[in-house]
Design a protein. Sequence first.
Lengths: 262, 338
Amino acid sequence: MTEIFLKAGFVLYAAAAFFIAIPPGVLKRGSEKLTQALLSSGFAFHTCAIAFRWHAAGRPPFASMYESLVLFSWAIIAVYFAFTFLYRASILRVPGLILALCLMTAALFGDSAVKPLVPALQSRWIGIHVITYFIGYGALSLAFMLGVLYIVSKRRAAGTEQLRSLDVLMYRLVIFGFPFLTVGMTTGSAWADAAWGTYWGWDPKETCSLITWLVYIVYLHMRILCGWKDTRAAWLCIFGFLATLFTFIGVNFILPGLHSYQ
Amino acid sequence: MAKTHPFLQSWRFIGSVRIAFVLLWIIITVSFAGALLPTEKQPLVYSSVWFFCLLGLFALNLLVCTVDRILFNRKKVASILTHASVLIILSGALVSALFGFRGSIELSEGQRADSFMTDRGVRALPFFITLEDFSLEWYETAQKGYPVRVRVEDRGFSGQYRAQPGVEYPLGETGYSFTVVDYLPHFVFDRENRAVSRSGQPLNPALLVRIKGPALSEERWIFANHPDIEMGDDLNIRFRFDLQPQIKEYRSRVRVDDPGRRISFSRDIKVNAPLEYRGYSVYQSRYDSEQLSWTGLDVVYDPGVKIVFLGFILMNSGIIGILYPKLRPRGPGKNSNI
């Protein structure tokens, strides 16, 4: 059931992306509403996929790489909707869809078997730790895409209102995502204390999550106190997300530790 | 313009965001370098004096910045709270490092301990701990049948089955069929060379399959842990037993006796559910699948952990207090239709 709902979500997102890719003027009026309807229904199916998986597995479905990718892509679209509601930030639609479709493709080609949880993962902390982290990741991945867009379009649009809005939106995505990252990191620490009796053990995953958190601390201080609203801020956002990606995936392959059961 | 007093100048410099910027990048770089080291060499970084000094400098920067805000900029409550919370976390970590210790206890069923082993020798516990029972639980992996892969070499046939015991599975047009006859979770040969299960634990899962072929019929044992061992007369047909038993839970039932306080109770200790008593936490850590009446427990005494968690709560509240008011839709970017 999960697979069917996930595929339906994927197809609806892809259809929305198709309508966005059509140059303006080609389609009649109403295509904007159609795109939004496709995205919303895709998101509804995506949410159902997670709910069904949760029900079928009898536990929060956040343990395997497949489940993580499904949740990560869901979080990106969820943040997009939150920002559309708050700021009508339609610019996030394209980067959000690109990221979500890539992650969902990886999930659909991955191993979707429901795996039983090893004892260390059977904890009440798993829900809040993983969900908050992925909502944070969702916002920061969108900030990363805007950072890239900022760098790419800097020469063409230097000094324009568009570039300024891009920076403001990137900043807002970080201030939205960062508290989620903090809750994720601190609940992870509480979980480690409950499981192993060490709230901080310098396990590679823990260290990299701290590094990621510190990079965004640097960004926020520089942006708020030192007025970094230019290329430097964009580069920090890009670097921060690369650190995030390394923490999420890279560590598992390069620096195995306590989290290597993933 | 009035000239700033040199003390205030130095004070502001020590607590400045520039110093924080430099220190944070050093901490980031050093932490990453430490993560690249092999696990056994990581304490050379994270437990070194110079790393403590680096964190100490960062704490000083934070302290000055926080005191400065308390003295001159009290309106920034959330900011003061957040910076102070990091100091609380660092002091909790310092208390853990100075006054905390950890060690281990190994117990067999019925055995009692009043001490535990640490890196620096034996330490006394202020209570007795007795292992009443140890249990190991496995996930039921063969619910939908036993996972079996079959290959018939000369016909290029291969298939995967969830085989139910007693059911005959024909293998396409090959003329072969197989039936699962018996399953032993912990296969061994007894003294009379008979196949028996030493225990109910799936430590050496084996399946007895009956093969009917065009030339002959036979019975053959196949092993999940030893796919290369396959003894049979007709090796034109090969099997793989893909059972991967996974541990669901292991728990130690212990009794705590505290004669001084006349307290005595029994508790289960599981992964993620330690026993907490008189400032000590006892964690389920190890077991021996060959000797299931034995358990390995970790004992932790850490007076810093509560301070750190208080810091976590304050830090989360402070960060939300600083950042989320900034999300209010106003000013440029409200309708960022770009």
